[in-house]
Design a protein around this ligand. Structure first.
Ligand code: PRX
Length: 632
């Protein structure tokens, strides 16, 4: 184990202080433990104005050499990946580091054989099958930039992302399993590609054995392409600041943006945060339940654990299939020691029968993690008591697609833990709270907007194809600060509690959507004149989607119209963005300048209409009474 794993609170404090006083020395020493083909010329160059952030410039490396090759000597026969299928009756798959290395090299050669090269953008739209993990690493191996699109997004969403990044290749599968359902993935790809002229090649992995449409000259089967292909593929040499991947995420305006992460800094931060937060040990069996389509899957299912030489478990299914005990059954089956999941999954399982948990021993568990949204205290205690048997620390990890890795979190058993609190920043992370003018609030026992005042290696570098957008989204709200979009409290002891987004972003089951993005989708429905979307507290999802919609003519049956509007959103974005409630209204509360007063709509959606504040500045104050009366 590398010696930068913090073992006590004192060590944490020392490391933290060092990281602030001498960030370059601090990160340089950590980076030194990785495999570089050439050492960097300079640890850090930065300003948050442009922004321009460069870590380990001039350093040459390949992240897959660090994830795979460097472990072969000492961990060649150790399990790298365990894959558990959706159906518990189907056999699981295991790859040692040596086998995974071969699989990745072979896939990389298939990519090359099909014309892929360094710098190309490759869209991966695949379910949680081993080939997804292998495909991601294969892209990194040859220096192609992966852009993974979660396989629950619609064809239109995929097409937008492919076009934005100008991908020339798509990696996909015939179909996918999700609980009792099977979904024709390739058909979605075909639909998307009707509008994606940049794509020249589609490689299809067989999962269900379905007959699918194969376009001559464009589509090939992976199992045919791989025949006779070498298992040896030297890694492409990358500069530390070359792009590693793009991952699209929603913001408060416009279409989702392509968050860009680069090779060197991301690598260093992924391993450092993984080793520390979870206090990973060589014999651990680590399971992160996130899909690789999200950043959590990138950093803490794939890169972080593999960089650390860990055994990482990948699960194809859902927590509720074939029953509510599935997570716990898998924990027992493989002796999982570190388990990392989302509050929404915990809340959905909490609602079920407690015997679904109690009938499994869960003796192997040592550390539990939570990610993606605030974890309410009830869920925290349930997780801690029934899953962790009060002996496993629960680490509430706060971070974002843009941060690349965990920023604020309890370090298991090392730094303080408090329900509902992410607690303290990791070494190297300098959070501050500011007021609405951007003035730093230095005391404890306060609330403010969460910003970062110093760069860290895993941070976003740009938004693909539009650097100005990155500047405007993250670096222009407060001068010389990275603005997270979150509000946070700092308690008397300096522990952080993340309250949630302060912009027009809704967090549904840990997934981000811009209200504008959902409104735009709803407005595509031919019956809709205008809409306004807000989030409201939802027992399982954290936040639900509440849409207020003005329609052209009164329909015969409102239910049909609602179903149609939902269908439009599913088509434009995907099932994950379905509105939970749709209220038909004749007007929206707007100011005289035409701005929708979402504050009022949020209150109505929350069911709290007792104090709507000042409504006198509204263009038509009467509309508020109607909205209140019709609230769902
Ligand atoms: O609002 C915060 C919330 O999720 C947002 C980031 O979403 P995304 O980029 O999709 O990444 C999710 C996985 C890292 C944040 O701005 N969030 C994430 N983790 C937490 C959280 N809110 C509270 N507590 C957390 N632990």
């Amino acid at each position: 184990m590398t010696n930068y794993q913090l073992k006590s609170y004192e060590e944490y404090q020392e490391a933290y202080q060092r990281s602030v006083e001498d960030p370059e020395g601090f990160w340089g020493e950590i980076a030194d433990t990785f495999t570089w083909r050439k050492k960097w010329d300079r640890v850090l160059e930065w300003n948050f104005e442009e922004p321009n952030v460069k870590w380990f410039q001039g350093g040459k490396m390949n992240i897959t050499e660090n994830c795979l090759d460097r472990h072969l000597k000492t961990r060649g026969n150790k399990l790298a990946l365990i894959w558990e299928p959706n159906d518990p009756k189907e056999r699981f798959i295991r790859y040692t580091y040596r086998e995974l290395h071969e699989k990745v090299c072979q896939f990389a050669n298939v990519l090359k054989k099909n014309g892929a090269k360094k710098g190309d953008r490759i869209c991966i739209y695949m379910p949680m099958i081993p080939e997804l993990a292998i495909a991601v690493l294969a892209c990194a191996r040859i220096g192609a930039v992966h852009s993974v699109v979660f396989a629950g997004f619609s064809a239109l969403s995929m097409a937008d992302r492919i076009n934005d990044a100008q991908c020339n290749m798509v990696l996909t599968s015939d179909g996918l399993n999700r609980g009792a359902k099977q979904i024709p993935v390739k058909r979605v790809v075909d639909e998307a590609l009707e509008n994606c002229p940049s794509v020249e090649r589609v490689i299809v992995v067989e999962r269900l054995g379905w007959a699918v449409n194969m376009v001559e000259g464009r589509d090939v089967w992976f199992h045919e392409e791989v025949k006779g292909v070498s298992k040896d593929c030297p890694a492409e040499e990358m500069d530390a600041e070359d792009m590693l991947f793009i991952l699209y995420t929603s913001g408060s305006t416009g279409k989702p943006k392509g968050v860009v992460h680069t090779c060197g800094g991301y690598m260093v931060y992924a391993q450092y945060s993984f080793l520390n937060v979870f206090q990973y040990q060589e014999s651990d069996i680590y399971w992160c339940t996130a899909d690789i389509g999200w950043v959590t899957g990138h950093t803490y299912l794939l890169y972080g654990p593999l960089l650390s030489g860990a055994t990482t478990l990948m699960f194809e299914g859902v927590p509720t299939y074939p029953d509510n005990g599935r997570f716990w059954q898998v924990c027992d089956k493989f002796g999982v020691t570190i388990f990392y999941t989302a509050p929404t999954a915990i809340r959905s399982l909490m609602a079920g029968d407690i015997d679904d948990v109690l009938s499994y021993s869960l003796d192997s568990l040592k550390v539990l993690g939570s990610v993606g949204e605030p974890i309410n205290e009830e869920a925290w205690h349930w997780y801690h008591t029934h899953v962790g048997k009060e002996r496993c620390p629960v680490v509430d990890t706060w971070w974002q697609t843009e941060t690349g890795g965990i920023m604020i979190s309890t370090i298991a058993g090392v730094t303080p833990m408090k329900p509902g609190h992410a607690a303290l920043p990791l070494p190297g992370i300098q959070p501050i709270l500011v007021d609405s003018e951007g003035n730093e609030i230095t005391e404890n026992g306060v609330e403010g907007y969460l910003c970062m005042k110093f760069p860290w290696p895993g941070m976003i570098r740009t938004t693909y194809g539009d650097h100005e957008r990155a500047r405007l989204s993250y670096f222009s709200t407060y001068k010389d600060l990275y603005f997270t979009g979150d509000g946070a409290k700092r308690d008397e002891n300096g522990l952080y509690r993340i309250i949630g987004r302060v912009d027009d972003v809704i967090n549904v089951s840990g997934h981000r959507f811009g209200t504008a993005e959902i409104e735009e989708a709803i407005n595509h429905n031919e019956h809709v004149v205008e809409s306004a979307v807000v989030g409201y507290p939802h027992d399982v999802k954290g936040q639900g989607i509440y849409a207020f919609v003005i329609i052209k003519d009164k329909p015969e049956k409102e239910e049909y119209l609602r179903a149609e509007i939902i269908e439009t959103v599913v088509e434009k974005i995907g099932k994950i963005a379905r509105p939970d409630k749709i209220q038909i209204v004749s007007g929206l509360p707007k100011t005289r300048s035409g701005k929708i007063m979402r504050r009022i709509l949020r209150k109505v959606a929350e069911g709290d209409t007792s104090n709507l504040g000042d409504t006198s500045t509204l263009l038509d104050p009467d509309v508020v009474d109607e909205i209140k009366a019709g609230a769902l």
